[in-house]
Design a protein around this ligand. Sequence first.
Ligand code: ATP
Ligand code: MG
Length: 504
Amino acid sequence: MLSLDMLCIAGFDGYFKQLNPAWEKTLGFTREELTAKPFVEFVHPDDRAATVAEAGRLMAGAETVSFENRYLTKDGSYKWLLWSTAVSLKDQLYYAVARDITERKRADESLRLAKDETDRANRAKSEFLSRMSHELRTPLNAILGFAQLMEMDSLRPDQRESVGHILKGGRHLLDLINEVLDIARIEAGRLTVSVEAVSVKEVLQEALDLITPQAASGDVRLTGRAAGILDRFVLADRQRLKQVLLNLLSNAVKYNRKGGTVALSSKEIAGRLQIKVSDTGAGIAPERLERLFTPFERLGAEQTGVEGVGLGLALSKGLVEAMGGTLGVESALDRGSAFWVEFPVVDSPVMRLDKTGAALSAPASPEISRPAQTVLYIEDNLPNLDLIRRLLVHRPEVKLFTATQGRQGLDLAREHHPHLILLDLHLPDVPGNEVLRRLRGDPETREIPVVVISADATPGQIRRLLAAGAQAYLTKPLNVKKLLALLERSSAGANSAEDPRGAP
Ligand SMILES: Nc1ncnc2c1ncn2[C@@H]1O[C@H](COP(=O)(O)OP(=O)(O)OP(=O)(O)O)[C@@H](O)[C@H]1O
Ligand SMILES: [Mg+2]
C-alpha cells in the first residue's frame, strides 16, 4: 500500500508550495485549488488561531512534534490532520508531514461518549440506591427504635423473645442496606476511607472474638490465634479492615466441613503485610474463581442452605482496593481455600494519616451544669418525635421541646436556650443544614450544641455538617444507647462524633 502520509512544503508567506498526491486524495481538492489561497483558509475556523500561533512558533525556530487541526475537504466536511513539521529559516520554508487521523478521532470520540454514558448510568444507579436506602432507613428507624425501647421495659420472657426477633431481623436488614449502599459507592468511586496505622494483632483479635461463636456452632476450630500473627502496623481503615476480615473468616467457617479448621496467619513480604485466612472446606474450581467477586453471585451455595446473599466478597475486594490494599485467593478443590489481603506496613501509630479526623471534632462548648436539662428536637416526622419523647420518659430530668418546622425550631431555640438541640435534616420549610447555619450565626444560639439526626449516612454529608458546626451526627435508624450517652455528655459539655456507620 502506498504511504497515505501527506507531504508538503509551504512558505512563510502562508501558501503551499509543493504537495504530494496524498493531499488531493485525502481532501478532494486539486493541487491548483490548494495552492491558490493561503493554507490557513482551509483550516477549520475554530482551529485557525492555534494554527497561526503554531506557524509563528515554527518561524521562531521551534519544531512541531504533534500538532492537530481540521482541514476542509471538497465536500464541505473536515478531516483531522496530525502534523509533524520542520522549518528552514534560511529558505523561509516549512517542511511538513500530515496524517489523516479522522478515523482515530472518531473512535476516540465514540469511546468518550460511551464512557460518558456509562458514567451517567452509574451515577444514576448509585443515586437511586442511595435514595432507596435512605427511604428504607427511615421506617427502619421506627422499627428498631421502638423495639429497643420495648427491650428496656420489663417484659414477659416470650415478649422479650419476640422483641429480640424484631431487633435481629431489623439489624440484619440494616446491614444489607448498608452493604448495598457501599457497593454502589465503590462502583461510583465515591467510597471514602480513613486510612491510618492499624495494629494488625488488635484488629485480628477483635475479628476472631466476633467469629468464635459462629465457629463453635459450625463445629469448626480456629487456629493460629496468637502464633503466626505479627505484631505490626499496616496502613488501612480500621473499621473497614475488620469488616473485611470478618467477611473472610465468616466464609471460611460457613463453607467449611464439620470438624474442619480455619487458620489465620500473617507474613511480611517486601514492605507489605499479608494476612491469610485458610480453610479446610470444599475449595473452589479455578474457572469459578473470577465470579467470586461478582455481587449476588453465590456459586451454587444458595442450594446448600448456607445463609448469605453473595455480597461479602464483592464488597471486601472493593473495600480493600479503596484502602490501597489487595485481596487475593488460592484454592484447591477438595482441599480448601485461602483468601488473603495485603497492606503496606508502617512503623508505628505515630504515622497517623487520618484523612477525616480533623473534621470530626467540633469546638468545645462550655456548659454550666444546671439541675434540669432542656432539649429541643426539630423534626417533622411524628413517629420519630414520639420515639424520642418516649425515650426521654426514662429521663425525667430532661425537659423536651419539639418543633416540626425549621423556623419554629429557631424561635424556640432563641426563646428557651436549650442545653442541646437535636436536628433532623428533612424539614418542610427551612432545610436542616440551613437551620444549623442560622443557629451558628446567631449570638443567642451559637453556643448550643447541635446533634444532627438523619437517615443520610453518606460520609461526605456527615463531614459537611460536622464542619458546619454540628457537635455530632447520628444516623437513623437511631442507636438509642448512643443518643442517651450524648445526652449525658451534653450536660458535661463534652464533644463527640458518632461513628457514622454505627449500627444500633
Ligand atoms: N472459603 C470459601 N470456600 C468455598 N467457597 C466460598 C468461600 N468463600 C466464598 N465462597 C463461595 O463464594 C460465594 C460468594 O461469597 P460471598 O462472601 O461474596 O457471599 P456469601 O457468603 O454467599 O454471602 P454474604 O453476602 O453473606 O457474604 C459464596 O456463596 C460461596 O459459594
Ligand atoms: Mg460471605
